[in-house]
Design a protein around this ligand. Structure first.
Ligand code: WT7
Length: 580
């Protein structure tokens, strides 16, 4: 009790003071091929300058700062500078739309936004600043915008509100004396999708979060900062990029790779080329990316020297045994253990995972809770299921990096996590235990989808669809997809007026609706498939039976329809499907 710390000092200053200022913190690789190394000593100056620049804009301890950046070193610098001031950051993934950014800025009441002119993606410069301008137009809590120069694209700078990051950092002192905060001081808010339309601002605090991210970076990823080159491919817009780029590895003083682009740009061997050139020893990515590489063929990774790799990690969704074996053999040459890490935005850090060199691995299973964590699989009544059975995944004791609440919505916090089982944290996942007690996570049991390891809410996409003038009603389901794990499939009923007025229809309408979802949320939420139907299957109480729609989307025979208010609805939908 009463312990105080500063997360930024732990991630940066401490390593410089220990004499490791010359160690590389980041090997940055830009998508166009530009390279930049930053040592801990250089990083130290950057975070101090960035903290001073935020102070100059009036940011005080407790104020929120929104960060909307590409995957560049400044993203980590910005996060750590906020942590240094005790100003919780709210990072919004650069792939989210202006609307999604607006909601998150407004909910967190951010004072400053840190963004960039853009970032490089698939060989092109994508813009970010126009989305910020749109997100803070009209009523806003934002007083200033800091703009990192990355792509040199033209940007409109609003006089008195917008400043260039490099100029703001130049204008201030290079040193900043840190303050130490209570271990329960808020470190960040990160929005994630839940079962209702509105994203939840997951709140994490400082001491416990840093303890568990550092502990797991050390014992699960097995980072030895003096010799390893670590690479987590996640963007800082997601929790993986928070815990396993900005905090855990930094708390250990690790050397890591930050790569701006996608695995296939400008060629499909890009990742393996980086592993070879920088001698990456620990690599952490998502199953969806591994499946994509598998599809491109083993010749591609076989063309590079991957012998430096000694630990491989997987996160974000269940890894199918085929992808696990391919990852192990083709990327790890059968000698690098795979850590399949189960955790969530809410848990803050890894909860279930093999420990490299300790656990004998099972392809497809995250296996056992790490030391100090109590997880279990329980039945409807909360009773632990025996080995060989399935049920709900729960956490039975508090853990250091546990979320401390939902920003501004304590009731939703209780409802979401603590009402399904009174005494356990309900994760929202289904799981089974094998005969040896290993845990196999099966996927979400609520209305949350997992597309390429990213969490999307069915009702959030439904809201986006019905906000289009042609749509009367919408139902969204996550259907199995061999590449992305799940894919968004939507069923929509058109408005009578829209049909009568001869508004866009057919293919054209479907394209318009897909783009509309991208505008409202972001391209990742674009439905793979949109089917226009006359009716949706509903129970007598009016609840949409998504289970039946999933049967249709996954091309199965439709299951039990006896609880439907009108049992002929599914016949009509199935018939329409067959016609298409
Ligand atoms: C959901 C959490 C954890 C950071 C990335 C996603 C699924 C995550 C695994 C895994 C099976 C997994 C779960 C979980 N999930 N890791 N190793 N095996 N499923 O964070 O967006 O908060 O999503 O991702 O369904 O509940 P998130």
């Amino acid at each position: 009790m009463g312990g105080k710390l500063n997360a930024c000092v732990n991630a940066v200053d401490r390593h410089v003071e220990a004499g490791n200022g010359d160690r590389v913190a980041f090997h940055f690789v830009g998508e166009p091929g530009d390279r930049q190394d930053t040592t801990y000593a250089e990083l130290h100056e950057k975070v101090q300058r960035a903290a001073n620049a935020l102070i100059a804009l009036g940011v005080e301890t407790g104020d929120r700062v929104a960060i909307y950046l590409p995957m560049i070193p400044e993203s980590v610098v910005a996060m750590l500078a906020c942590a240094r001031l005790g100003a919780p950051h709210s990072v919004v993934f650069g792939g989210f739309s202006a609307d999604a950014l607006r909601t998150r800025i407004a909910d967190g009441e951010a004072k400053v936004v840190i963004t960039a002119d853009g970032g490089f993606r698939k060989g092109k410069a994508a813009t970010l600043k126009p989305a910020v301008d749109k997100a803070i137009s009209g009523d806003t809590t934002v007083t200033n915008v800091l703009v990192v120069r990355r792509t040199e694209s033209d940007v409109d700078m609003v006089e008195g509100r917008d400043l260039w990051w490099h100029e703001a950092l130049e204008a201030v002192e290079p040193t900043h004396t840190p303050e130490y905060f209570d271990s329960e001081h808020p470190l960040f808010i990160l929005y994630t999708s839940g079962t209702t339309g509105k994203p939840k601002g997951i709140l994490h605090t400082t001491g416990g979060y840093l303890t568990q991210t550092a502990f797991t970076s050390k014992y699960v990823h097995d980072i030895h900062p003096e010799k390893d080159v670590y690479w987590c491919t996640a963007d800082v817009g997601w929790v993986t990029g928070h815990s396993y780029v900005s905090y855990g590895p930094m708390a250990l003083g690790a050397t890591q790779v930050i790569y701006e682009g996608t695995p296939d740009s400008p060629h499909k061997g890009r990742w393996w080329e980086i592993v070879q050139d920088l001698g990456v020893t620990i690599f952490y990515t998502a199953p969806t990316a591994i499946r994509a590489c598998m599809k491109w063929g083993r010749d591609i990774p076989d063309g590079y020297d991957l012998s430096s790799l000694r630990v491989l990690g997987s996160v974000g969704e269940p890894i199918n045994p085929e992808a696990w074996v391919w990852y192990s053999e083709v990327v790890g040459h059968g000698k690098a253990p795979i850590v399949d890490t189960w955790w969530q935005t809410e848990t803050g850090a890894v909860m279930i995972s093999p420990m490299p060199g300790v656990t004998s691995t099972r392809p497809g299973s995250a296996q056992l809770a790490i030391p100090g964590i109590e997880v279990d699989v329980v039945d409807e009544s909360g009773a632990s299921v025996p080995d060989g059975s399935g049920g709900y995944l729960v956490v039975k004791e508090p853990w250091p990096a546990m979320l401390r609440g939902i920003w501004g919505d304590p009731e939703r916090y209780v409802d979401t996590y603590w009402s399904r089982f009174e005494e356990f944290y309900f994760a929202g996942d289904g799981a089974k235990k094998d005969s040896d007690g290993n845990i196999w996570v099966l996927g979400r049991v609520d209305d949350v989808m997992n597309v390429s390891g990213h969490r999307l809410s069915t009702s959030e996409i439904e809201s986006a669809l019905v906000s289009h003038s042609s749509v009367a009603e919408a139902a969204v389901v996550g259907a199995n997809d061999p590449m992305t794990g799940q894919a968004v499939c939507a069923f929509v009923i058109l408005r009578g007026e829209a049909v009568a007025a001869g508004d866009q229809q057919g293919e054209e309408l479907v394209t318009a609706l897909r783009n509309h979802v991208a505008d409202r949320i972001g391209p990742i939420a674009k439905p793979r498939q949109i089917m226009v139907v006359a009716e949706l299957p509903k129970t007598r109480s009016g609840k949409i039976m998504r289970r039946l729609l999933r049967d249709v989307a996954e091309k199965r025979d439709v299951g039990d329809v006896t609880t439907l208010a009108d049992s002929t609805v599914m016949d009509a939908i199935s018939a329409e499907m067959k016609e298409n």
